[in-house]
Design a protein around this ligand. Sequence first.
Ligand SMILES: [Zn+2]
Length: 101
Amino acid sequence: MSAIFSHPQLVVVHQIASLLQQSGIATELRNEYAAGAAGELSPIDAWPQLWLRDSRQADWAREVIRQFQHAEPGPDWHCPACNNTSPDTFETCWHCGAARS
Ligand SMILES: [Zn+2]
């Protein structure tokens, strides 16, 4: 068994985790605090990783992630709370976590 998803930006890993959760796929986050402390590029095995709780869901999880990554993104949106700009694919503000309105 191996990680289903890995990315140097923790916020992206969180985004995939909630996406999978919405599809009924339980995941476990590992290496959450390992990456990026020094502001340098981390080796790939230090990236935050998502692991499936049930490895039988691997094919399904990969398909959910694939569709997410190939979705046509819409325009960026502005956070109502802190006014930072988040990508259309984010349902919550990357900066303060406020829900998209
Ligand atoms: Zn915000």
